[in-house]
Design a protein around this ligand. Structure first.
Ligand code: SAJ
Length: 414
């Protein structure tokens, strides 16, 4: 059975679901975008993204005006369904699959024989098969690949996204994709769908390998950043400039150390390695330790600032950047937010936050006495400049302005 995809339904209009929907729509597919948030649905239907991602506004306006993309609160029948919902972890770092389960139960009533269901959300090993089981529970009249293999009415596959926030529209098209099917035909069907716009190579495997591949990529990065962060703490104690050290060490042809920072943030690298650790705690010692090293880094920055502030009569600290990395508005799991929270809690001094990508401080900083300031105002008033995010607008600082200030540059860019 060769599937033709003229209409798809995407569940979850977030950082992945919305750009993916817009790109499908731009390539001629009719897309129904589903989200539980009525404000997001309304905004999308007006052609306005409710998230910040370069060039998404122009593309969304185009496909909404062309009637190729429409958002709604409930799933509708389609040739294929893509689930792009969050997979956070719970208090004990166990993955929370409740959003996937809810999405599965919401599409089950509209499934028809021949449909393809794809899980895009980063997921622990086994989640795609579990998705197939949840769908089967709701639709006993249909057969699913974990039951009847290649003969199933419905195909189920995992196709993890690998795009870099800030570069999503380019990477979603250009990156290679790993597609894992519950069966081979499931993988092939998913591959046919993504070929609508993906220019990178598409590699087929089974669902478990595809799930693990995605977790492995982010755990690899986490472990390597942890190495850099650990070095930065050691070097501080040894009075060695870690940035110079890394630059020199990286001259070796087989050494490539990443950059230390204030910690690791975002909803991917700081989260996904835990899906490996909780699935096999005994054998994942290195991956767990890397998480712990990176999670400890914000506290190390706070202690450094506290020691410097203690030498001043009236410390005024300009905290530059709140997002989890440069040139995005995303504050999720941001080490910069955590550092500002600790500084406020420990009453280290007056705190002025500069974050050009937001208009109001996040709720987590409510009632802390922290104020949002503009760059010139904050850098002029402060006696300590704490660079937390290497936003492009912070890089070209006038060195005369900072020369009699105490500078803590967590990104090594000044
Ligand atoms: N960071 C450092 N030092 C470095 C590199 C990064 O401290 O040398 C920090 C960043 O400041 C940030 C965090 O790590 O706080 C993560 O940033 P990132 O740009 O490395 O990655 P993300 O989280 O924006 O996106 C990652 C990407 N995965 C990999 O590069 C392996 C992306 O391709 C994935 O699609 C995404 O996770 C995801 O959705 O899983």
């Amino acid at each position: 059975m060769t599937l033709r995809f003229s209409r798809i339904c995407v569940i979850g209009m977030g950082y992945i679901g919305l750009p993916t929907s817009a790109v499908f729509a731009d390539n001629g597919v009719d897309v129904v975008g589903v989200d539980v948030n009525p404000d997001a649905v309304e905004s999308i239907n007006q052609g306005k993204p409710h998230i910040v991602e370069p060039e998404l506004d122009v593309l969304l306006r185009k496909v909404v005006q062309a009637n190729k993309l429409r958002a709604t609160l409930t799933p509708e029948p389609a040739d294929a369904f893509i689930l792009a919902v969050p997979t956070p972890f719970k208090g004990d770092h166990e993955p929370d699959l409740s959003y996937i389960e809810a999405a599965a139960r919401s599409i089950a009533p509209v499934l028809q024989p021949g449909n393809l269901v794809i899980l895009e959300s980063t997921s622990p090993v086994g989640a795609t098969e579990q998705l197939s089981r949840w769908l089967a529970e709701c639709r006993t009249d249909l057969s699913f690949p974990h039951q009847t293999g290649e003969l199933s009415d419905i195909r189920v596959a995992h196709c993890p996204e690998r795009v870099l926030p800030g570069q999503i529209l380019r990477e979603v098209v250009q990156n290679a994709r790993v597609i894992g099917g519950v069966t081979r035909k499931c993988a092939q069907a998913a591959s046919n769908l993504y070929k609508v716009f993906v220019k990178g190579d598409i590699h087929l495997t089974n669902a478990r390998t595809a799930e693990m591949a995605k977790l492995t990529e982010n755990a690899f990065r986490d472990v390597n950043i942890a190495f850099a962060n650990e070095l930065s703490v050691i070097c501080d104690k040894q009075r060695i400039n870690v940035w110079e050290l890394i630059r020199l060490s990286n001259l070796h042809p087989r050494v490539n150390i990443l950059s230390p920072g204030p910690g690791v943030g975002g909803h991917c690298i700081a989260v996904d390695p835990w899906f490996i650790v909780t699935s096999d705690p005994v054998n994942s010692r290195l991956i767990r330790t890397a998480r712990e090293v990176n999670d400890a880094k914000p506290r190390a920055v706070v202690e450094k600032v506290k020691a410097l502030a203690a030498q001043l009569k009236e410390p005024v600290i300009a905290c530059l950047g709140l997002s989890y990395k440069a040139n995005v508005d995303d504050l999720r799991e941001s080490p910069a937010v955590e550092i500002v929270q600790h500084l406020a809690h420990d009453k280290v001094g007056e705190l002025l936050v500069v974050e050009p990508h937001i208009n109001a401080l996040p709720k987590s900083l409510d009632g802390t006495g922290v104020t949002l300031a503009d760059f010139d105002q904050a850098t002029e008033r402060a006696n300590i400049l704490l660079l937390l995010v290497d936003h492009a607008s912070f890089l070209a600082i006038d060195h005369d302005v900072v020369k009699d200030k105490i500078v803590v540059d967590t990104r090594g860019v000044w």
